[in-house]
Ligand binder design. Structure first.
Ligand code: MN
Ligand code: MN
Ligand code: MN
Length: 291
């Protein structure tokens, strides 16, 4: 399946952004406002990739039709790679497929269970009402850790969300609850069974050494992954160059279908210029995910 077949050729005339979030997960803008903002940033092809849900895609498509922005149905799945949580973006997924619905339902259960456990941890620290508070902030959207962070700020327990993670929600802190997300391989398989392309999200953000990152890329490739986000928001150009070299090495060693390159802003909210919609461009000499 070619992604290109999913949208008109005009979709690639402007900026491309294949990773962003709406209120269907932990983004601040609803899908309509998100698409409208993408339009004003010169984006002509946008994939909405909310965490573990495609609930915003219908509204995004309607807004895309009104604004002349091509919308690709996407999702950002949490997955386990060893003991580590990684993110895998699915692009061009069939939102009605059983494979996609099953993968979403499974994460929904895991997220609900995690939310209860996070709230328990926070209650033990004396922060009553965390679950109701975070749920209220999530509204109809998928409940995630950022909602707990925002609640901690709104309830006056911390000054900002960065501190909420640093003190309570982040790795090794009191409310850092482990989740047994489906494996990398199962996640790639689900995306492909749903007719989509599997893209390894923000490989530079897992804090991996070069050796471990190479292992991750190899495993992702072996599992049938299609592409890697060479750019996710604005990155250090030196690190981007290193990632590209690593990708070349993996592709040269494998012989099989090469991993392609994807890109996105990982936009969550206005006021963060380093991850504004449409803020990154793929170099002309890489093979894009839509090729
Ligand atoms: Mn997020
Ligand atoms: Mn992510
Ligand atoms: Mn994201």
């Amino acid at each position: 399946m070619k992604l290109k077949a999913l949208f008109p050729s005009t979709a690639l005339e402007g900026r491309v952004d294949l990773h962003c979030h709406s209120t269907a997960s932990d983004g601040i803008l609803n899908p309509t406002d998100l698409v409208s903002r993408a339009k004003s940033q010169g984006v002509t092809l946008l994939a909405l990739t909310d965490h573990d849900t495609v609930a915003g895609v219908g509204e995004a498509r309607a807004a895309g039709a009104a604004h002349g922005v091509s919308i690709l149905a996407g999702i950002e799945f949490s997955a386990c790679w060893g003991r580590r949580t990684i993110h895998i973006v699915g692009l061009g997924v069939d939102t009605a497929s059983a494979a996609l619905c099953d993968a979403v339902a499974l994460r929904d259960r895991l997220r609900q269970d995690r939310s209860v456990r996070i709230a328990d941890c926070l209650e033990k620290r004396g922060f009553a009402g965390a679950l109701a508070g975070a749920r209220a902030l999530a509204g109809d959207g998928v409940l995630g850790r950022p909602h707990f962070a925002r609640w901690l700020v709104e309830a006056g327990h911390v000054e900002d969300t960065a501190r909420a993670f640093k003190r309570f929600l982040g790795a090794g802190k009191a409310a850092d609850v482990k989740v047994a997300w489906p494996s990398l391989a199962d996640t790639v398989a689900a995306i492909r069974a749903a007719g989509g392309r599997a893209v390894l999200a923000h490989p530079l953000k897992y804090g991996l050494t070069r050796t471990r990152l190479r292992l991750l890329l190899d495993d992702f490739h072996s599992a049938g992954g299609d592409a890697v986000e060479l750019l996710c928001g604005r990155q250090n150009p030196v690190q981007t160059r290193e990632l590209r070299q690593l990708l070349d090495t993996v592709n040269a060693a494998s012989g099989a279908t090469a991993l392609r390159c994807s890109l996105g802003s990982d936009f969550h909210q206005p006021g963060q210029p380093w991850r504004e919609l449409g803020c990154v461009h793929l170099p002309a000499d890489v093979v894009p995910v839509w090729a």
